[in-house]
Design a protein around this ligand. Sequence first.
Ligand SMILES: [Zn+2]
Length: 119
Amino acid sequence: MDDQMLLTAALGLPDPWHIARSEMKHNEQTGRMEMHIYLSWKEGALFPCPEEGCDQMACPCVEVLDEQIWRYHDLLQYRCFIHASLPRISCPSHGIRVVRAPWDISDSPLMNYTDVMLN
Ligand SMILES: [Zn+2]
Protein backbone atom coordinates (compact mmCIF):
# COMPACT_ATOMS: atom_id res chain seq x y z
CA MET A 1 0.00 0.00 0.00
CA ASP A 2 1.51 3.34 -1.01
CA ASP A 3 1.20 6.65 0.87
CA GLN A 4 -1.75 7.90 -1.20
CA MET A 5 -3.72 4.69 -0.68
CA LEU A 6 -3.00 4.87 3.04
CA LEU A 7 -4.22 8.48 3.25
CA THR A 8 -7.29 7.73 1.11
CA ALA A 9 -8.20 4.91 3.49
CA ALA A 10 -7.50 7.08 6.56
CA LEU A 11 -9.80 9.84 5.27
CA GLY A 12 -12.48 7.38 4.15
CA LEU A 13 -12.80 9.26 0.86
CA PRO A 14 -15.77 8.21 -1.29
CA ASP A 15 -15.76 8.37 -5.11
CA PRO A 16 -15.18 10.56 -7.03
CA TRP A 17 -12.81 12.25 -4.55
CA HIS A 18 -9.18 11.32 -4.62
CA ILE A 19 -5.91 12.68 -3.32
CA ALA A 20 -4.14 14.79 -5.93
CA ARG A 21 -1.05 15.21 -3.76
CA SER A 22 0.08 15.50 -0.18
CA GLU A 23 3.01 17.20 1.43
CA MET A 24 4.62 17.87 4.77
CA LYS A 25 5.10 21.55 5.56
CA HIS A 26 7.14 23.10 8.32
CA ASN A 27 5.14 25.65 10.32
CA GLU A 28 7.52 28.48 11.18
CA GLN A 29 5.38 29.68 14.11
CA THR A 30 4.99 26.39 15.89
CA GLY A 31 8.21 24.76 14.73
CA ARG A 32 6.19 21.63 13.93
CA MET A 33 5.59 19.71 10.76
CA GLU A 34 2.06 19.64 9.33
CA MET A 35 0.43 17.36 6.81
CA HIS A 36 -1.37 19.04 3.90
CA ILE A 37 -3.59 16.92 1.68
CA TYR A 38 -4.91 18.25 -1.63
CA LEU A 39 -8.09 16.62 -2.94
CA SER A 40 -9.48 16.57 -6.44
CA TRP A 41 -11.90 14.71 -8.71
CA LYS A 42 -11.93 13.83 -12.38
CA GLU A 43 -13.62 16.20 -14.82
CA GLY A 44 -17.14 15.00 -15.57
CA ALA A 45 -17.49 13.33 -12.16
CA LEU A 46 -20.99 13.09 -10.69
CA PHE A 47 -21.88 13.82 -7.06
CA PRO A 48 -24.70 12.93 -4.67
CA CYS A 49 -27.14 15.73 -3.82
CA PRO A 50 -26.39 17.15 -0.33
CA GLU A 51 -30.07 17.61 0.59
CA GLU A 52 -31.32 15.37 3.39
CA GLY A 53 -33.28 12.42 2.00
CA CYS A 54 -32.56 13.17 -1.66
CA ASP A 55 -31.84 10.04 -3.68
CA GLN A 56 -30.13 11.81 -6.59
CA MET A 57 -26.66 10.27 -6.53
CA ALA A 58 -25.32 11.44 -9.89
CA CYS A 59 -25.61 15.22 -10.16
CA PRO A 60 -23.32 17.02 -12.61
CA CYS A 61 -21.01 19.83 -11.54
CA VAL A 62 -21.97 23.26 -12.88
CA GLU A 63 -19.38 25.40 -11.09
CA VAL A 64 -16.33 24.98 -8.88
CA LEU A 65 -15.82 27.04 -5.73
CA ASP A 66 -12.44 28.50 -4.76
CA GLU A 67 -10.12 26.27 -2.78
CA GLN A 68 -10.92 26.01 0.92
CA ILE A 69 -8.94 24.51 3.78
CA TRP A 70 -10.31 22.24 6.51
CA ARG A 71 -8.65 21.25 9.75
CA TYR A 72 -8.86 17.49 10.03
CA HIS A 73 -8.02 14.98 12.77
CA ASP A 74 -4.34 14.62 13.48
CA LEU A 75 -2.83 11.87 11.38
CA LEU A 76 0.29 10.06 12.58
CA GLN A 77 0.72 12.77 15.29
CA TYR A 78 0.79 15.54 12.65
CA ARG A 79 -1.74 18.33 12.41
CA CYS A 80 -3.59 17.67 9.21
CA PHE A 81 -5.19 20.11 6.77
CA ILE A 82 -7.33 19.27 3.76
CA HIS A 83 -7.39 21.51 0.70
CA ALA A 84 -10.21 21.15 -1.80
CA SER A 85 -12.44 23.04 -4.20
CA LEU A 86 -16.07 22.01 -3.71
CA PRO A 87 -18.28 21.63 -6.77
CA ARG A 88 -21.70 23.23 -7.05
CA ILE A 89 -23.99 20.62 -8.58
CA SER A 90 -27.34 20.66 -10.30
CA CYS A 91 -29.90 18.32 -8.70
CA PRO A 92 -33.05 17.61 -10.77
CA SER A 93 -35.13 17.89 -7.56
CA HIS A 94 -33.36 20.66 -5.63
CA GLY A 95 -31.55 22.77 -8.22
CA ILE A 96 -28.09 24.17 -7.61
CA ARG A 97 -26.43 23.01 -4.38
CA VAL A 98 -22.88 22.87 -3.00
CA VAL A 99 -21.83 19.27 -2.33
CA ARG A 100 -21.14 18.20 1.23
CA ALA A 101 -17.46 17.70 2.03
CA PRO A 102 -17.27 14.05 3.21
CA TRP A 103 -14.18 14.83 5.32
CA ASP A 104 -15.73 17.85 7.07
CA ILE A 105 -15.64 17.23 10.83
CA SER A 106 -16.20 20.85 11.84
CA ASP A 107 -19.19 21.81 9.63
CA SER A 108 -17.21 24.55 7.95
CA PRO A 109 -13.82 25.22 6.44
CA LEU A 110 -11.30 27.41 8.23
CA MET A 111 -12.02 31.08 7.80
CA ASN A 112 -8.46 31.97 8.62
CA TYR A 113 -5.71 29.41 8.35
CA THR A 114 -3.14 31.58 10.15
CA ASP A 115 -5.30 31.63 13.33
CA VAL A 116 -5.23 27.86 13.50
CA MET A 117 -1.51 27.66 12.79
CA LEU A 118 -0.81 29.50 16.06
CA ASN A 119 -2.92 27.24 18.28
ZN1 LIG B 1 -31.52 16.74 -4.50
